[in-house]
Design a protein around this ligand. Sequence first.
Ligand code: NAP
Length: 259
Amino acid sequence: MTKPSTNGVTIALEGKVAFVTGASRGIGAAIALRLAQAGAVVAMTARDRAGLHRTEAAIESAGGRAWWRTADLASGAQIRSVTMATLREFGRVDILVNNAGLTFPQRVLEVGLREWRTTLDVNLLAPLLLVQAFTPGMIERRSGKIINISSQAGLGALEEHASYSASKSALHLLTQTMAVEFGRDNIQANCIAPTVILTDMAEQVWPPGPRSEAMRARIALGRFGKPSEVADAVLFLASPLSDFITGEVLSVDGGFRAR
Ligand code: NAP
């Protein structure tokens, strides 16, 4: 298997168990593949079996090992059963990637209770519950990486994203609280905040047209991102190369915030 490398430094995650949420498509599928290419065994979850099968097949054809269970991360009971199944299977999780997320584009005056609660449950509460399940083992082993995928919409306001922005900006402070509380246990907790990345979610929020062109024009590199480019940043934060980085919100945004 070819290992991703930077300047001749190979990132090797052999012997590590990674858990990736939302791995059925988009950014999560790219993250799962990248971590597996680096040698980690990857446990995955999402609701869509067919998507998880596809990611598993991509990992296996790259020579890696994947395992998955379906779960609706809006359900505390399903989160409990997927975390218990993972710990039964592998005994531990070394790298937790909270990637699953959703958005219901709505203006402030239109935000519905159901959409608000689902957004906060999946984008914010699920990462907390997963950290509560997997971090005690990291504390015992004095080693662990927590990587939460947030968004530029958690750093600056975006029309029609009230619930989403609230969930992602709260995820930043939740992550920083984790960094502070788990620092002495040698656990690093960081966020990645992408701009528009070309996935199903981006198709939903940024269909081709003048609005998406205006968004693209604000990105210094003049293009939207690729799922693999977020996965590369995750690989860095999952690796020993980032052992002195914690409580950070890393923008993967082509220079969107530089303006
Ligand atoms: P996507 O293509 O819509 O995929 C979302 C993933 O989350 C899917 O695997 C989906 O799996 C999973 N998911 C959603 N609701 C779930 C639930 N209730 N239970 C379990 N899994 C659930 O989105 P994406 O673009 O890859 O986004 C991934 C992450 O990046 C999200 O946190 C998103 O907020 C963030 N992000 C994306 C962009 C962008 O432009 N794409 C920009 C900034 C941040 P199932 O449907 O199979 O359950």
